[in-house]
Design a binder for this molecule. Structure first.
Ligand code: TYD
Length: 135
């Protein structure tokens, strides 16, 4: 996949004096069926997460609380997406090297995934990722 396939997706926001509400429906708001949900929290200051790519898995990442940056790299080009609101998220296509960094205190990253967990779907070595991209 190409870095231009990654994109910010704005979610529906129901504004209410009692508090706001946002929604994600699979295959509608995001372009895949959700097979798995996980979240990243209590990240110590300065830590970097990720540092891998998936061969098949696609993801949608939302900053439910706080802020962090997602750095995507397709092997040719790099883009940095800053996530800091719960009413939009980042669609990460398969075959993207990704890192998450600059987590604020108490940030909470929600990640929706298109596949079940499979360690064999990971590419954890950047050189290997570049070879995979030039397959
Ligand atoms: P990893 O995906 O490497 O985390 P990050 O990209 O945020 O740095 O996962 C960290 C560990 O958690 C690794 O040992 C695999 C395990 N893990 C699961 O068992 N199931 C999952 O769904 C995920 C995402 C990770």
């Amino acid at each position: 996949m190409n870095i231009d396939d990654a994109r910010i997706i704005d979610l529906t926001k129901i504004l209410d004096s009692r508090g706001n509400l946002s929604i994600i429906e699979e295959n509608k708001d995001i372009p895949f069926k959700i097979e798995r949900t996980y979240w990243i929290y209590d990240v110590p200051g300065g830590e970097v997460r990720g540092g891998h790519a998936y061969k098949e898995n696609q993801e949608f990442i939302v900053a439910l609380s706080g802020s962090f940056d997602v750095v995507l790299d397709d092997g040719k080009e790099q883009k940095i997406f800053s996530l800091n609101r719960s009413y939009y998220g980042l669609y990460v296509p398969k075959e993207m090297w990704r890192q998450m960094k600059n987590f604020s205190t108490n940030s909470l990253a929600l990640v929706l995934s298109s596949t079940k967990f499979d360690e064999n779907d990971y590419i954890r070595n950047y050189e290997e990722f570049l070879k995979f991209q030039n397959k």
